[in-house]
Design a protein around this ligand. Sequence first.
Ligand SMILES: C[S@@+](CC[C@H](N)C(=O)[O-])C[C@H]1O[C@@H](n2cnc3c(N)ncnc32)[C@H](O)[C@@H]1O
Length: 204
Amino acid sequence: MNNAIHKWNEKYADDTLVFGSTPNGFLVEESKRLPKACDILCVGDGEGRNGVWLAEQGFDILSVDGAENGVKKAIKQARLRKVSERFKGLCVDLLQWDWPENCYDALVCLHLYFMPEDRPRMHRAMLESLKTKGLIILEVFHPDNVGRGCGGPPLRELCYSADDLESDFKNADILFLKETEREIAPSSFHNGGFGKVTRMVAQK
Ligand SMILES: C[S@@+](CC[C@H](N)C(=O)[O-])C[C@H]1O[C@@H](n2cnc3c(N)ncnc32)[C@H](O)[C@@H]1O
């Protein structure tokens, strides 16, 4: 298990949902672009707050995360919320995964961070996992978020700017790309506040 995954697995160890069960606001806004009842790959889905919400909206979800405790909690949430038939959980390190190709109608990637040497390869794999015209909805913290105390990676190089994403997704049609401030909900690790994020919607 890599170090980042190990830390998340420990954070997910008890019964509390670390990020709660409310889905990410950018995902909720952008979900209107998704075709009805399509297949969606949710990467770094943690305890499933986003994947389970999407299953409730009628989508078929593969929720992938490296932290076993997170995947177990996501599967349990899907069962409690009665969407198990549309929600599969898979525990895998995405850096080692044999990524599917041309399989999904959409991919959701919310606050999943890779080191600069891995990031372009991971973003390429995400794009390749999509069918033609498939959509990626992605939000991450911007490097300027570091030091604000509202959560997110502590290192600038782990956060992504719009330029980083423009370069990684140069082979996709970028439909939306913005660096912006938004309120960060309090979690088990911080009291919330205003964070700076980078948001993107791209199409294969
Ligand atoms: C900040 S959390 C975000 C969780 C979820 N997307 C959400 O918004 O609630 C980052 C997640 O990425 C997962 N992760 C980090 N590196 C990973 C990797 N190499 N393979 C699979 N999952 C990874 C962690 O286990 C963690 O659940």
